[in-house]
Design a protein around this ligand. Sequence first.
Ligand code: CP
Length: 305
Amino acid sequence: HRHLLGIEGLKASDILGLLDLAEEAVTVSRQVEKKRSVLRGRTQINLFFEASTRTQSSFEIAGKRLGADVMNMAVSSSSIKKGETLLDTAATLNAMRPDLIVVRHHAAGAVHLLARKVDCSVINAGDGEHEHPTQALLDALTIRRNKGRIEGLVVAICGDVLHSRVARSNILLLQTLGARVRVVAPSTLLPAGIDRFGVEVHRNMREGLKDADIVMMLRLQRERMKGAFVPSVKEYFRYFGLDAEKLSWAKSDALVMHPGPMNRGVEIDSEVADSAQSLIREQVEMGVAVRMAVLEALARHLPNG
Ligand code: CP
């Protein structure tokens, strides 16, 4: 593959290959001397049209750890603010001969469009409500390291599924690797046609969390709820916020995940988020490793790679 635009289209062997490469990156990242030369001489541009803490910083660290020259495009002070279009911006950056562009954009499909207009490899760092493939890969790596496998696990993805590219990429990846995936949400936060994904659908937490090995919470994305139904935070937390009592409905050794950023007291209680059952910090560490793996895998397909 020249680009990583989504989990859709990846085979189990592609995913497992990336996870194995990421395991090596975990080892490298835990050493005192972390620098490698896989991307030496290569130029990586991070182009983020939407806010990010974890994804942008981990792509920057990952690229630098592999020896690339990394440029973070400051979108808010760029000519995009003067009305330059996505495609003109892409053509401009392309003329500077980057080898890799990492893109986050608020519109689903924007990253695919950009990939068709540039000569380098493109990585989707989240496009609207569509996909966030490196998040799903880092979640899979975190699960595999803690449970030893993914196949056969019951994974409950809970909360704002409607607006979540994280949910969509995770559903695709986890099912490809043989997990049993459930979504748990109020009807108003489930996308039409969710049944087509082959997931179990639950509308209350007690049923949805029963026998779950992994409880993956999603952020309530109020910024994407344009004038539509916006639940009251208090009511949402009461019925769908993960606290110790609701977590007790899952398996006794269930582990808790959240992609971040967390809304504490909205979709997750601090007691659970900071508990021994939480993998949230480890997810962040795995984020760097997975992004190193993706960059390294794509580098092999670059000219003279
Ligand atoms: N999980 C995630 O994508 O976080 P950021 O939005 O901070 O990058």
